[in-house]
Design a protein around this ligand. Structure first.
Ligand code: M6R
Length: 588
């Protein structure tokens, strides 16, 4: 939800500031693409220049292609609109009345209406409908009586809600000021200068070391130093070298990140399994924690991973753990106790973090299943087990899902009493199953996408372990191809959903060996009403290898991802940047 990047570069590199910020924005665009903007302090003219535009970063990049200002500091933003529709005027950065301040923000300023009224009474003029603009005027207001950092802190102290906020001012043009509350911000140290950004991925090519900020942190950076305070005291940050390489976050020869990331799944699953099994002590620690009452919280694709985990655990050990959609978790606060397993690829999903905080208030221990090292969930969890998917840039989660299943499968098996060797043996088949799931299905998925891309609605049915996989498949189809796909348990269809069955209505059935009869009955019920029924399974319309029931998620997920991908591509849509969505959902 909104991407922020800012920098102060050393003197020899200052003329690169605008182009470097554009590059950072390109890497951040998956956080929002309603508009993009850049502001820099130009040492030659002695003023702040702002460029901003509705639409994607590429349009802003074209506009700024030739700009090479001698900039001492700069900020940039990609927007996912919350307050005020996407437009040039609502695009960030926002400035004050005197053009002495430029601000970018991710989050929601809950008390912006009161602040805006107060500032208007004091004579400030507003241009946009955003909550962010109030901060520019607040900063301007306090700059009248305070030094820049003091003024910034005073302005921040007036904010209610949550924010990652970054600003520059003509009053101290070599510095970038920043503050964080419940929205991610990472600082980075590089050869060319210092940086602050919403995520690590954008910093990969420019920073040697990064350090995530914590809630309540406020500070500044210039080209030489990064200064951070917490509760009024100077704080030393723990910098680390990101394990991801810049090349991992590039598309390479693939047309889209999504297809690249689908193809990376066998390797990602393999690396994740190797990593988690090598940390067997940690797995056993999770198992011990699960001796207490345990609940799982997660959102979207991670929620589907939680459902697969719950099913697997129940089948292997008889233990049932509830899986709670994290946006609803506050209603279930009474059961967020004992041990809470929070699954999140980004580790920054607001709803999941909120559930974690409720759990901690209840005295629960939190286990995080996370892909981003140093993310908020990673830091707030008592134990983190990492998925090793590498950076996932496509907005639709693909490889992070299968790596979550890899980690959760190991935990479920260990809980069921399997030894490290037994778990290792079961896991060793999975990367190859994923690879075959891709290679066997790709041509068929591409072909069937021709028919399904034309449809408005469809069902995806499953049973047992294939039901949550059907849910994940339906989510993929919906979010990137905009075809309304709903998942149901195969046997549930006759209780209502079958009312939509008619000639031409498409139904996709996800095979599992657990209860083929149930799936076949659903097939007949729909086919006899003229529906087009397609199967994803061994020797079916979209084939994958014949596998055991517990391996179905690894075999069946890639064909559904590929189907969704090709449906989107056929419709001329960008599968990496589906409308209205952002990679990390950091607002509630
Ligand atoms: O980063 P998280 O795993 O916490 O994200 C949760 C969801 O926002 C995410 O899975 C979302 O549903 C994706 N768009 C799915 O493709």
């Amino acid at each position: 939800m909104c991407g922020i990047a800012a920098t102060a570069l050393k003197p020899p590199y200052r003329k690169d500031t605008v182009q470097l910020l554009i590059n950072l924005l390109k890497a951040l665009e998956y956080r929002g693409y309603d508009s993009a903007g850049v502001a820099v302090y130009d040492l030659d003219s002695g003023r702040i220049h702002v460029w901003k535009k509705k639409g994607k970063v590429a349009e802003l990049a074209r506009m700024l292609e030739k700009v090479r200002l001698n900039a001492s500091s700069g900020i940039a933003h990609t927007r996912w609109a919350t307050h005020g529709p996407p437009s040039d005027v609502n695009a960030h950065p926002h400035t004050d009345c005197l053009e002495s301040v430029a601000v970018v923000h991710n989050g929601i300023i809950a008390n912006y209406k009161e602040l805006k009224e107060e500032l208007i009474r004091r004579g400030h003029r507003f241009e946009s409908e955003t909550d962010t603009e109030v901060f520019a005027h607040l900063f301007e207001e306090y700059l009248r009586t305070s030094e820049p950092f003091e003024a910034f802190k005073r302005a921040v102290s007036r904010l209610e809600g949550y924010y990652a906020i970054v600003a520059i001012t003509t009053k101290d043009p070599y510095k970038v000021f920043f503050a964080r509350k419940e929205s991610p911000l990472i600082v980075g140290r590089g050869i060319k200068g210092n940086f602050v950004s919403s995520d690590i991925v954008s910093l990969l090519g420019v920073s040697e070391e990064v350090a995530p900020l914590s809630d309540g942190d406020v500070g500044w950076l210039d080209s030489e130093e990064i200064f951070v305070e917490s509760e009024g005291k100077r704080k030393s940050l723990s910098f680390f070298k990101p394990s991801w390489s810049p090349a991992q976050a590039q598309k390479g020869s693939f047309e889209h990140f999504m297809i690249k990331e689908i193809h990376e799944q066998p390797q990602a699953v393999k690396e994740t399994l190797t990593s988690v099994i090598s940390e067997w002590e940690k797995v056993m620690e999770v198992v011990r924690l699960m001796e207490e009452w345990t609940a799982v919280v997660a959102a979207g694709t991670s929620y589907h991973a939680g459902l697969v985990f719950s099913y697997l655990l129940m089948k292997l050990s008889g233990r049932f753990v509830p899986v709670i959609d994290s946006s609803e978790a506050h209603h279930y606060s009474k059961v967020l106790r004992g041990t809470v397993i929070a699954i999140s690829q980004s580790g920054e999903t607001y709803d999941t973090l909120k559930a974690v905080r409720i759990a901690k208030e209840n005295g629960a221990k939190v286990v995080g299943i996370v892909n981003v090292v140093g993310s908020t969930l990673d830091r707030e969890a008592d134990v983190t087990v990492y998925t090793r998917a590498g950076p996932e840039v496509g907005v639709a989660a693909t490889k992070t899902f299968l790596t979550q299943l890899a980690v959760l499968g190991v935990i479920a098996r260990a809980y069921a009493g399997q030894s490290k060797e037994e778990v290792g043996a079961a896991a060793s088949r999975l990367p190859d199953i994923v690879a075959k799931g891709i290679s066997m299905s790709i041509g068929y998925a591409k072909e069937l996408s021709r028919t399904l891309a034309e449809k408005r609605d469809m069902y995806v049915l499953g049973t047992g372990v294939s039901y949550p996989i059907a849910m994940e498949g339906a989510l993929k189809i919906k979010e990137i191809s905009y075809v309304h796909a709903e998942a149901y348990p195969a046997g549930e269809a006759k209780h209502g959903p079958i009312a939509l069955a008619e000639p031409g209505f498409p139904v996709v059935i996800v095979w599992t060996p657990e209860d083929e009869d149930k799936l076949s009955v659903a097939h007949e019920e729909f086919a006899s009403r003229g529906s087009e029924v397609y199967w994803v399974g061994p020797e079916k319309d979209i084939p994958f290898p014949k596998v055991e029931w517990h391996e179905v998620p690894f075999a069946a997920t890639p064909p559904l991802q590929l189907l969704a991908y090709y449906m989107a591509v056929r419709k001329g849509l960008d599968p990496d940047k589906p409308r209205n969505l952002a990679k990390s959902v950091t607002v509630h």
